[in-house]
Ligand binder design. Structure first.
Ligand SMILES: [Zn+2]
Length: 461
């Protein structure tokens, strides 16, 4: 399965020249693995996943009380965990789940592997995978614009990682334990515990029709064995067949609709949702119309959703993205702010999007506001390389070259480009105000990079 192909990558280098950004495009050929993965980020998907797993993580003994979720854009069903409390989920697994109970069942099983500290057979490779800077795409407009328009997004996508060798293979004993512990957690947390079994049935149904579940089947034991483990677990918890929470189910169907529209073509979406009416179908149509270039139709559909469901933050977010795409930056900012107020929960991605729109608006007030917003985004998630890129751009536009160089140093360091990170940090340190947070951090970065380089040299000799 592992074969290398040569792929063309657009590699962008952004440099400073007379306080302006100049983007140099290099077309280079990198050898990447065919199984390299594309990660996507989306606030609706992330917030929903965190919400449904919360009752289970409350019962767990997790470091920092958190799980990091990574969503892989893939038409194959799969889910796995890696070292450091990270759960990877393929988008198709969510799309194929009939209700959120199936999705939650799978999450519970993966969480049980983490809780049980199950040792996998390929741990070293996993650590390596998670330490690499993975290419991340955004679900939505910023995502599909991709490398065509903005250097930062391309930089975010440069680099690739393969999960082929990184799949975890647990022993059968550990798999059985994870299934049993999943049921126990779901019951104790008063969640629908039948979802995991129902998910396995979906897999079995898929088998005869396609190879969609190949990945999942190669990383998990036979479903027939798992049915037995699950049924034995039910005996211990006879009273726990909880029903679906209809509010959550509504949110789930929306997440599914948007994901499906992002990963499947328009014909597939129309056939998937043809007999379905109401909110989810409309959302799927609005999204698929946008992704296939029919903006006006998409705007009308999303506006009618907003009319009927004015408090759903994600409809406003989506409309804001379309406005941005059309160059209507003022309305994009307005919609994004509405979305963020309605969600009343800060997310680095939402702040990053707002930062993008504010920079595009390009008035001196909006540039200053973007600096605040982007610093907040990075406070919530300092590994958001695109926010670092935008922050550098905003500082440069605000004529603060030293801070722009500092932000670039952070970004290149995160992307694993130590020489360039060092170059930017050394330039920055000359002019940053002494004693500021950025000054300390730039010094730390220089020391950190020189330290790593020294260690590498020693290892080589
Ligand atoms: Zn497992």
């Amino acid at each position: 399965m592992v074969e290398s192909i040569a792929n063309n990558f657009l590699l962008y280098l952004t440099m400073f020249y007379k306080n302006k950004f100049i983007t140099i495009l290099l077309l280079c050929t990198l050898s990447i693995n065919v199984n390299s993965i594309e990660l996507i980020r989306d606030v609706e998907l992330e917030e929903f996943t965190k919400e449904i797993i919360l009752p289970l993580t409350r019962l767990s003994n997790l470091e920092d009380n958190r799980i990091d979720f990574y969503f892989i854009k893939s038409k194959e069903i799969n889910a796995f965990v890696t070292a450091g409390q990270k759960i990877f989920i393929n988008t198709e697994l969510i799309i194929q789940s009939e209700t959120y109970a199936e999705y939650l069942g799978v999450l519970a099983h993966e969480l049980a592997h983490i809780n049980g500290s199950h040792v996998s057979r390929t741990k070293s490779q996993i650590t390596e995978l998670t330490e690499k800077s993975l290419p991340i795409y955004l679900l939505g407009i910023l995502g599909i614009l991709g490398g065509q328009t903005d250097a930062g997004i391309a930089t975010m996508m440069v680099g690739s990682a393969s999960v082929q060798d990184a799949y975890l293979y647990y022993s059968r004993t550990q798999e059985a334990a994870a299934d049993q512990s999943a049921i126990s957690m779901l019951c104790k947390a008063q969640q629908p515990a039948w979802g995991l079994e129902s998910f396995l049935k979906i897999l079995d149904r898929e088998t005869s029709q396609s190879a969609k579940n190949y990945q999942y089947k190669t990383t998990h034991p036979l479903t027939s064995d798992r049915y037995n483990w699950l049924r034995n677990s039910y005996k211990k918890y006879p009273d726990c067949q909880k029903n679906l929470d209809l509010k959550l189910e509504r949110k789930f169907q929306n997440v599914k609709a948007k994901l499906a529209a992002y990963t499947h073509n328009q014909d597939e979406i129309y056939s998937l949702y043809k007999n379905k009416e109401g909110e989810f179908a409309q959302y799927a149509f609005a999204a698929t119309n946008f992704f296939s270039g029919n903006q006006e139709k998409s705007i009308n559909q999303i506006k009618s959703l907003i009319k009927n469901y004015p408090t759903n933050p994600y409809y406003h977010e989506f409309l804001g993205e379309i406005y941005y795409f059309q160059g209507d930056h003022a309305n994009a900012i307005k919609k994004q702010k509405t979305a963020m107020n309605l969600l009343s929960k800060e997310n680095d991605l939402h702040l990053m999007m707002l930062g993008t729109y504010l920079i595009a608006e390009s008035s001196s007030e909006s540039i200053i506001e973007s600096i605040k917003v982007l610093n907040k985004s990075l406070f919530l998630n300092k590994s958001n390389t695109y926010s670092w890129y935008l922050l550098a751009k905003a500082y440069a536009l605000n004529n603060n070259l030293a801070l722009a160089q500092y932000a670039s140093a952070e970004r290149y360091y995160l992307n694993g480009d130590r020489p360039l990170a060092l170059e930017f940090a050394k330039k920055a340190i000359k002019n940053i105000d002494k004693g500021t947070v950025e000054w300390y951090r730039t010094n730390d970065l220089i020391e950190l990079i020189l330290g790593i380089d020294e260690k590498d040299n020693k290892n080589r000799s």
